[in-house]
Design a protein around this ligand. Structure first.
Ligand SMILES: [Zn+2]
Length: 168
């Protein structure tokens, strides 16, 4: 049975690294929210249990699962059984299990589609790629180096912070 464990386990010396995660196929919404928070979280819509466990072990990721069968036999993988089916509560379970905090400056630092860390891109380079209104009103843009999606802050950051309020 997989157990709750803290972020300090298995690391010796040096800077403490943020835990990395892989979410099972029932946790798509949670995975998206974890990426919004800047947490490194893999998610595949269709993935075999064995593959899920193998990836968790190979990449040193914590396996997040709602599946009692996986939780009962996670093999070599570190895993956290997620009890709630509400995404806010699920996030709370993870933040609490690994002593993580929500940092507003880390919001939107990862691609929501593929989990890659985003890089800044100059305003001139996005002129043809964003709606004219966005180009006129926004100054800072970031780009996903993997899937080439462009992100900008816009008004949704405030919206997101509002939704995350219970966790802040
Ligand atoms: Zn991407």
């Amino acid at each position: 049975m997989c157990a709750k464990e803290n972020a300090h386990s298995g690391r010796t010396g040096g800077e403490e690294e943020a835990p990395r995660f892989i979410a099972d196929d029932q946790l798509g919404k949670l995975a998206r929210w974890m990426r919004i928070l800047g947490l490194d979280t893999l998610y595949f819509q269709e993935i075999e249990d064995r593959e899920l466990i193998r990836t968790a072990v190979e990449e040193g990721r914590i396996l997040l699962t709602r599946d009692t069968r996986i939780a009962a036999e996670p093999g070599e993988a570190k895993c956290l059984f997620i009890e709630s089916d509400n995404w806010t509560e699920q996030l709370r379970e993870i933040l609490s299990a690994y002593h993580l905090k929500v940092f507003p400056e880390k919001l939107f630092t990862r691609c929501l589609l593929c989990n890659s860390p985003l890089s800044p891109i100059g305003k001139d380079d996005v002129r043809e790629r964003v709606p004219p209104f966005v180009f006129r009103t926004q100054e800072e843009f970031v780009r996903c180096p993997t899937c080439d999606k462009i992100y900008w802050q816009g008004t949704h950051v405030n919206h997101v912070l509002e939704k995350l309020k219970p966790l802040l």
